[in-house]
Design a binder for this molecule. Structure first.
Ligand code: FAD
Length: 472
């Protein structure tokens, strides 16, 4: 595209959303650099529409000019899907001005939020009506509902409430040519042909722009109590999970696993955070949400932990005595990704495995990795209750992270993903594919599934202008 054509496009975009919402030039790092600082792009412009009709007009105008679009919410994605490439030819479409809660229907336990609503704002809006929107993750103060759905985010409550896909009843989407699909239904039963909603959830901005969503709400539990427990092995942690499932049933809302080194990074980079238990090989965070008074639910959790001590599944445990203590325990867990990025660039694996395979996977993988890259530091933590591990590698002490990644990332990925596939797992549990795992998916995905994905992409976005180069 030459300069005159570019200027004509910019003029048209300014006319659609207002000159102050078309940003160009320097100082756009917040939009052009991803959260992990692995991908640095350059946008032709950052465009910030304020309504669905403005999004549709921007998409139509860019489609007519043959200009690719990269949708972006909070830019907290971890797979490089939300920032433009470095050609300077892609328009970055920021949804953050579309941040209204349109409606709360308490009788239908549903809420309609615009795509740019920050997740925490949605949680608060539900809370103010005495209801619960259970999607919860460490980035909830910045990530948006549009991004959560586009990435099919998981987080800490999947065990009880499911991931973002299961929390969505309907969508409003601007299609790649600019038509609007008005699918904002609040129905829980609707068998009228193919499920178009599910097509867009997890599509990472490659099939259209989500502009609003109907989300499921739940009655708020009467009490939520949290505990921390120390285990000697992953086997023991899985034993504790089984006991907790049996005793707490649907009340068990969170079951997080943290390896010693992961927590030692938190201690190193955030020494101000309290450490309620002495260091142990593995630490588990459990959460119980119940219908009884807090004291009763705390007793239930304590009784479970006593039984676990008797069965030698755990060595030590502490139950939070207040909401503040509960938050402090979660804060430890949620500080791990931040502590890791303070420690330096790392090789991330967001993997899913059958829970039953995890006790074999962890020690086997550690042995293989120590042979292949002696001294590499494994940061293992995650949502054990969902069979989802964040299995990351930090360079050996004293080795420059960038050199380590350049030399070993491909071989390490192959080792980890081969084993994950052998055990029937997935190379992406909750973060998506983006740019980071596109080649892995191309190599490892089932050919029939990949062919279907390409056919869907070609049918909905024949010009390939919606977030090109991501996912497939
Ligand atoms: P962005 O990063 O802006 O975008 C993510 C993808 O969605 C991109 O491909 C983008 O193009 C697309 N997209 C964004 N908005 C739209 C839209 N409106 N329409 C179409 N496409 C769109 N994830 C988990 O699942 N579980 C966790 O526990 C978790 N913890 C995290 C902790 C931290 C500290 C951080 C930084 C991230 C974490 N994540 C986690 C990653 C997670 O995917 C994101 O935080 C979140 O879901 C992305 O939302 P976002 O608004 O930032 O999207």
């Amino acid at each position: 595209m030459n300069d005159t054509t570019n200027e004509r496009l910019m003029d048209a975009l300014r006319g659609l959303v207002g000159a102050s919402h078309v940003l160009q030039g320097v100082g756009l790092d917040a939009y052009e650099v991803d959260w992990r600082k692995r991908y640095r792009g350059r946008a032709l412009a950052v465009v910030r529409p304020g309504s669905t009709s403005e999004v549709a007009a921007v998409v139509r105008t860019c489609a007519a000019a043959g200009t690719a679009l990269v949708p972006q919410g909070g830019n907290t994605g971890l797979v490089g899907g939300s920032v433009p490439d470095d050609t300077g030819h892609q328009v970055l479409l920021s949804l953050t001005r579309m941040n209204r809660i349109r409606e709360i229907d308490a009788d239908n336990l549903a809420l309609v939020a615009e795509a740019g609503c920050v997740l925490h704002t949605v949680q608060q809006a539900a809370d103010e009506r005495g209801l619960l929107f259970p999607l919860s993750l460490a980035a909830e103060g910045s990530c948006t509902i549009g991004g959560n759905l586009a990435a099919n985010a998981g987080g800490t409550q999947v065990l009880r409430y499911g991931n973002a896909r299961e929390l969505c009843l309907g969508l409003e989407v601007v299609m790649p040519q600019g038509e609007v699909w008005h699918g904002l239904t609040g129905l829980r039963k609707n068998n009228t042909g193919y499920d178009l909603r599910d097509l867009f959830i997890g599509s990472e901005g490659t099939l259209g722009v989500i502009t609003a969503a109907t989300l499921k709400l739940f009655p708020k539990p009467a009490a939520v109590v949290t505990a921390l427990a120390s285990c000697r092995s992953v086997d023991a942690a899985v034993g504790l999970l089984n006991l907790a499932r049996a005793r707490l049933g649907a009340g068990l809302t969170g079951f997080e696993l943290m390896e010693r080194f992961a927590l030692s990074l938190v201690e190193k980079h955030f020494p101000q955070l309290p450490r309620p238990l002495p260091q142990a090989p593995w630490t588990v965070l459990l959460e119980l949400a119940g219908t009884e008074a807090e004291a009763v639910e705390r007793e239930r959790l304590a009784a479970l932990l006593e039984a676990a001590l008797e069965q030698e599944l755990i060595d030590d445990a502490v139950v939070a005595e207040s909401i503040a203590q509960s938050h402090a325990l979660w804060h430890l867990r949620e500080s791990i990704p931040l502590a890791q990025s303070e420690e330096g660039l790392n090789i991330k694996h967001d993997i899913a495995l059958p829970v039953s395979a995890i006790p074999r996977f962890v020690p086997h993988m550690a042995r293989q990795l120590q042979q292949a890259t002696p001294g590499a530091r494994i940061v293992c933590f995650g949502h054990l209750g969902d069979g989802n591990l964040h299995y990351n590698l930090q360079a050996p002490e004293g080795v420059a992270a960038a050199d380590f990644l350049a030399a070993h990332e491909t071989a390490i990925n192959a080792l980890v993903y081969d084993e994950v596939q052998r055990l029937g797992g997935s190379i992406s549990a909750e973060h998506g594919i983006g740019r980071l795992k596109r080649e892995e998916l191309a190599q490892r995905g089932a050919p029939v599934a990949l062919a279907m994905m390409k056919a869907i992409k070609a049918a909905l976005d024949p010009a390939g202008l919606m977030n090109p180069g991501r996912v497939i």
